[in-house]
Design a protein around this ligand. Structure first.
Ligand code: 5GP
Ligand code: ZN
Length: 113
């Protein structure tokens, strides 16, 4: 756990969140400021700052569970869905704990803003 990390505090229960799934070291929560009718955040319980900081080697199970969970939650929406991993300042990342956005329930735009 990273002591000043918002999502670590959600994982530990210190800050409340609507948890929609928890298994295999992965947790999925509802985004507090949804940008679509469905907006979930899927993250490893373990603190990893972002996808660029992830080592992958030795953590293949974690990445598999992360993406498997995100895809399964997205697939609950018959019309399709979008997965987003904002990374770093230019990537629009505001919480430095790796998370996958699951967006669904409306037509998505491209290119993103
Ligand atoms: P990022 O901008 O890092 O890609 O995504 C961070 C997301 O976390 C944003 O969509 C934001 O709405 C969400 N968020 C920020 N604070 C909280 C919170 O306290 N609880 C929940 N559930 N989501 C949060
Ligand atoms: Zn964290």
């Amino acid at each position: 756990m990273s002591t000043n990390c918002l999502f670590c505090k959600i994982v530990s229960g210190e800050i409340p969140a609507k948890i929609v799934h928890r298994d295999n070291g992965i947790i999925a929560i509802e985004d507090v400021n949804p940008q679509a009718p469905v907006h979930l955040l899927v993250l490893p319980e373990r603190h990893v700052a972002n996808i660029a900081e992830h080592t992958f080697k030795g953590s293949a199970d974690e990445i598999t569970s992360l993406m498997e969970t995100a895809a399964a939650l997205g697939a609950q929406n018959a019309g399709g869905f979008r997965l987003v991993v904002n990374t770093g300042t230019d990537g629009g990342q505001t919480v430095d704990h790796l998370h996958v956005h699951v967006l669904a329930g409306r037509q998505m735009n491209w290119p993103p803003g």
